[in-house]
Design a protein around this ligand. Structure first.
Ligand SMILES: Nc1nc2c(c(=O)[nH]1)N[C@H]1C(S)=C(S)[C@@H](COP(=O)(O)OP(=O)(O)OC[C@H]3O[C@@H](n4cnc5c(=O)[nH]c(N)nc54)[C@H](O)[C@@H]3O)O[C@H]1N2
Ligand SMILES: Nc1nc2c(c(=O)[nH]1)N[C@H]1C(S)=C(S)[C@@H](COP(=O)(O)OP(=O)(O)OC[C@H]3O[C@@H](n4cnc5c(=O)[nH]c(N)nc54)[C@H](O)[C@@H]3O)O[C@H]1N2
Ligand code: SF4
Ligand SMILES: [Mo]
Length: 665
């Protein structure tokens, strides 16, 4: 028996980017663990990725190319074909598309790796002049909000949350989605810090905080303005910090003064005392740290909400402390170390192909002019995760659309493909990673050979490029060669190979003396304001009368977006698709716990099991996501009811800005 250990990195869309220790016995992975030596991983993985071997060796793993033999609206039937046949046919089909802009790539963060992500794919699309994809589905509203305020996506060190005396966890179910941050928050709690959670849902994280403030979805901007109102009225401001490091304060001050606690309470669905109490805590405790997550920016005013919250530590001078300030994303810290040329934008040779927003892929497939003729999907499951899925499905069902899906499993999206190509998992390929939670760079070494006939994304794109007659030498570079070009010379690849990660040098208290990454170094407050939800009693009273319940669809703890839904041991923990509802709302509708119900609106119907639960506040239902439609009830998932309208900044989706009614199914 031979046993060896391989160093890896978790590929998932999660701020923690854990360092993995993979045990291989007789060329089979038998264990995936967190590395004890890596400071932020400290030997612990979440439940999901502890099951990564189960996912990789899953009986339903795709192991050879498949070609569709049924119509797009019929039950999907595929036959096995050889790689040679698949590549030749796909290349011919893509070459037959006259305007290359009608070839549409669609990818997101199935893997966050720079190599299996866009390194080779981007080269192929640039060489072809294929349409570009605006990758907005997750974080671009908050990203734009941070950039408008601080000049870049920058924030506190995660580990310094351990030294805070007050931590506000704002729009984040950290225990489920940012476990390694929670370890630091918990350490602060043991050392006497007060923890406050702001979330419409009473999450497992809210359970562990001293206080939970259950705002209505999309009202965080109003709450932030109300806190500012109290900071001003009680003179809890750091005037010196504001004078030296904030632009636009007079304007913001005027807006905040229009938000006394009573007005905030009414808009946010909380009490005026909750606003006053939180303002007192925040105004009188140092160091105070705010952990935002992307949950709060999936609404119409998401960008502005992030702006207003990001300004709070500028008003109290919390940034003066290494354990004070705010964190939404740390990715701006590693951006200077990434090579801008990895995807070879020079291959575009001056062309500017059209850009399609991934968040409105339903409309794009049905309405783009000229139409999308070919769609290549990798690292994503849009039929399950994109908003307003009735339209997404309809778009994918177009008989004149040629769709190729690179996948590990037969997902809802793969079901609608013309070709399904088997891709390798993180245990079978090389990659390099940055993180948006911590600031280390990591390498993932392949632990075992590809399973079956699976190929890396990069290899599939190399073969397609060659079959299409594209001869630029950069289109045949190996994964090792790509990894060597991913970063600036400050990153030591040898260290990544031997140690597995490299920590980047980041200032401990980055904005203690201002120095934001805006042109004049000052945080920018001008223009930030509260924007109500599209679908709210305030903005759409007639709609709210018909559909009185706000629905949010945050991630289920044991899934990662739609990944792992097909891993039985994890699906067994989640049970079945649930809609959580407050007892009062259930009684008003005569609905009993455990009933099969439908959440519906003009767009669609999502069928799930009703859970009457203290986790739901009055007026808000929680449809935990994101199930595969075909593993859900009656082939539906929560995106049946979401819509395609975009956020105020960053062109992002507004998944949590969604009104429904619920009835027995
Ligand atoms: N287990 C698990 N971990 C994950 C993921 C997963 O699917 N499962 N997804 C990963 C991804 S892709 C991302 S982007 C990250 C972050 O992903 P996020 O989507 O930010 O996930 P959460 O941390 O669950 O935070 C969302 C929280 O915001 C709350 N929320 C919803 N609407 C509002 C609102 O209007 N205001 C406020 N204050 N709160 C609101 C929800 O109830 C939920 O508890 O997590 C990653 N980690
Ligand atoms: N209603 C609602 N919808 C949501 C959200 C929500 O909170 N509510 N969250 C949104 C968010 S934050 C995000 S980030 C998106 C996420 O949406 P996606 O990025 O589409 O994420 P996943 O659903 O995890 O799908 C990723 C797919 O990539 C595949 N994959 C993984 N690694 C590889 C690889 O190396 N090669 C190939 N070819 N495939 C691979 C996986 O098998 C998986 O099927 O969903 C969004 N959708
Ligand atoms: S906590 Fe996040 S980074 Fe760590 S193993 Fe789980 S999904 Fe991966
Ligand atoms: Mo995300």
């Amino acid at each position: 028996m031979t046993t060896r250990t391989v160093f890896g990195a978790c590929p998932h869309d999660c701020p923690d980017t854990c360092a993995l220790q993979i045990t291989v016995e007789n060329e089979r992975v038998i264990k995936v663990q967190g590395r004890a030596e890596h400071p932020s991983t400290h030997g612990a993985l979440c439940t999901k990725v502890s099951r990564y071997a189960e996912r990789t060796y899953h009986a339903e793993r795709l192991l050879h190319p498949l070609k569709r033999i049924s119509g797009k609206t019929e039950a999907p039937r595929f036959v096995r074909v050889s790689w040679a046949e698949a590549i030749a046919d796909i290349a011919a089909r893509l070459k037959a598309v006259k305007d290359p802009q009608c070839i549409q790539p669609y990818s997101y963060a199935g893997t966050m790796g720079l190599i299996q992500g866009e390194a080779m794919a981007g080269r192929l699309w640039n060489a072809l002049g294929a349409a570009r994809l605006d990758r907005t589905i997750c974080a671009s509203a908050g990203g734009a909000g941070l950039a408008a305020t601080y000049g870049h996506k920058l924030g506190m060190h995660t580990r310094h949350f351990a030294g805070a005396k007050l931590i506000i966890i704002w729009g984040s179910n950290s225990i489920a989605s940012n476990l390694h941050f929670w370890t630091y928050a918990n350490q602060a709690k043991r050392d006497g810090a007060r923890l406050v959670c702001i979330d419409p849902r009473k999450t497992e994280t809210a359970d562990k905080c001293h206080q939970h403030i259950a705002v209505l979805p999309g009202t965080d901007g109003a709450l932030a303005l109300g806190l500012m109102h109290e900071l001003i009225k009680n003179d809890w401001l750091d005037r010196d910090y504001i004078d030296h490091h904030v632009d636009g304060w007079d304007e913001l001050r005027g807006k905040a003064l229009a938000w006394p606690p009573e007005r905030v309470a009414e808009v946010c669905g909380i009490t005026a005392d909750e606003v006053r109490g939180l303002a007192r805590d925040y105004g009188t405790t140092q160091p105070a740290a705010i952990r935002m997550n992307y949950g709060l920016q999936r609404v119409r005013g998401g960008g502005n909400a992030v702006r207003l919250i990001a300004l709070l530590p500028c008003l109290t001078g919390a940034w003066r402390h290494e354990s004070g300030g705010a964190l939404l994303s740390a990715s701006g810290w590693n951006a200077p170390y990434k090579s801008p040329n990895l995807e070879r934008p020079d291959l575009l040779a001056g062309r500017q192909p059209r850009m399609v927003n991934m968040s409105t892929i339903g409309d794009a497939l049905l309405r783009a002019d000229p139409p999308i003729e070919a769609l290549i999907v990798y690292n994503s499951n849009p039929v399950a995760v994109a908003p307003e899925s009735p339209k997404v499905v309809k778009g994918f069902q177009r008989e004149d659309l040629f769709t190729v899906v690179l996948e590990h499993f037969m997902t809802d999206t793969a079901d609608l493909a013309d070709y399904v190509l088997p891709a390798t998992t993180q245990l079978e390929h090389l990659d390099v990673h940055t993180s948006y939670g911590h600031t280390d760079v990591l390498m993932n070494q392949p632990a075992v050979a590809p399973l079956g006939e699976a190929k890396t994304n990069t290899q599939i794109f190399r073969e397609l490029a060659a079959a299409m007659g594209l001869t630029h030498p950069c289109l045949s570079e190996t994964d090792e060669e790509l990894a060597a070009q991913a970063f600036t010379p400050d990153i030591d690849l040898e260290l990544l190979r031997t140690q597995g990660w490299q920590a980047l040098p980041i200032p401990e208290a980055p904005f203690a003396n201002g120095g934001f990454r805006t042109p004049n170094g000052r945080a920018q407050a001008a223009g930030a304001d509260y924007v109500p939800n599209y679908e709210s009693a305030q903005a759409a009273p007639e709609l709210a009368a018909r559909y009185p319940l706000a629905m949010i669809s945050p991630p289920a703890r044991n899934f990662l977006n739609s990944s792992f839904v097909n891993v039985k041991s994890l699906r067994d923990i989640e049970g079945e698709p649930l809609i959580e509802m407050h007892a009062g709302d259930a009684a008003a509708r005569g609905l009993a716990d455990g009933t099969l119900v439908a959440a519906f609106n003009d767009r669609g119907r999502y069928v799930a099991r009703l859970k009457v639960s203290k986790r739901a506040r009055p007026g808000v239902v929680n449809g935990l996501g994101v199930w595969w439609r075909k593993l859900g009830v009656q082939g539906s998932n929560v995106n049946e009811v979401t819509h395609q309208r975009l956020t105020d900044m960053g062109n992002a989706p507004t998944f949590y800005d969604c009104l429904v009614e619920v009835e027995a199914a």
